[in-house]
Design a protein around this ligand. Structure first.
Ligand SMILES: *Cc1c(COP(=O)(O)O)cnc(C)c1O
Length: 252
């Protein structure tokens, strides 16, 4: 467990040098510590090491760990934590996500957005005028068929793909309790670095296109980069990196 603090320091240093070499401010980048499959005690250790953004890919696991940390840290301390749901959501799990997520990174179809909005109204979170659930639209630009997300594999040529994404972005913006945060993507598995970079770069360009087309007032954020590729992602504009193994080691 005490290795976590050292590894967090090392990851922060790598974030800083990737940002600096790309002419960016390290403070623009949020490190989301991916705690999936680790027990809640490990998340407490990560909190003690200074981490405040945690990522879970399953709504059930989030629904267990968040209350655990709240009861161990006290409600006031636990308020400093932001819980990111980073994995694709099945429609029957939206009530759990709506109850426990502070940010959702993997919206892959509009049906899920409608259900989340309904659940946020039902559970009362949307009644708070300060509250919105920031939503990242997951995009598949790599063409790997195993990847979920809006099909943006040929967005530069295929006007229909950008039209679908534009409509989804507009819909998310208009739904109660939701706000549009940006785009999320995953690099192809085991691809060479140039290919990974191209995926991240095309995702950034797609976000810029969406920004212009919808005349959005605030810049879209980019959730991209994991243990094996977060430096490339930062060089290509990532604002959120989702890092598990570099902090916690191989998952149990
Ligand atoms: C597991 C996971 C990560 C973290 O992966 P590491 O390789 O451990 O850094 C990031 N994003 C998503 C969506 C994940 O499911």
């Amino acid at each position: 467990m005490e290795g976590i603090a050292e590894r967090v320091t090392a990851v922060h240093q790598r974030i800083t040098s990737a940002a600096t070499s790309a002419g960016r401010e390290p403070a623009e980048i949020t490190l989301v510590a991916v705690t999936k499959t680790w027990p809640p005690e490990t998340v407490l250790a990560a909190y003690a090491a200074g981490l405040r953004h945690f990522g879970e890919n399953r709504a059930e696991e989030l629904a267990e760990k968040r209350p655990y940390l709240e009861s161990h840290l006290g409600a006031d301390n636990a308020k400093s934590i932001t819980w990111h749901l980073i994995g694709t959501l099945q429609s029957r799990k939206t009530p759990l996500a709506a109850a426990h997520a502070d940010v959702f990174h993997a919206l892959d179809r509009l049906k899920i957005a409608h259900r989340l909005a309904r659940d946020l109204v039902e559970n009362g979170r949307a009644a708070n005028p300060q509250f919105t659930l920031p939503i990242f639209l997951e995009v598949n630009v790599s063409g790997e068929t195993s990847k979920s997300g809006f099909d943006c594999t040929r967005w530069e040529e295929d006007e229909r793909q950008t039209a679908v994404l534009r409509a989804a972005a507009a819909e998310v913006t208009s739904l109660p309790g939701l706000s549009l945060a940006g785009l999320m993507t995953m690099a192809p598995w085991d691809a060479p670095p140039e290919e990974v970079r191209a995926v991240f770069r095309r995702t950034r360009q797609l976000a810029a296109r969406l920004q212009t087309d919808l005349a959005l007032p605030t810049p879209l954020q980019l959730s991209m980069g994991m243990t094996d590729d977060f430096e490339i992602a930062i060089e290509e504009g990532a604002t959120h990196v989702r890092v598990g193994r570099a902090i916690f080691g191989e998952r149990p």
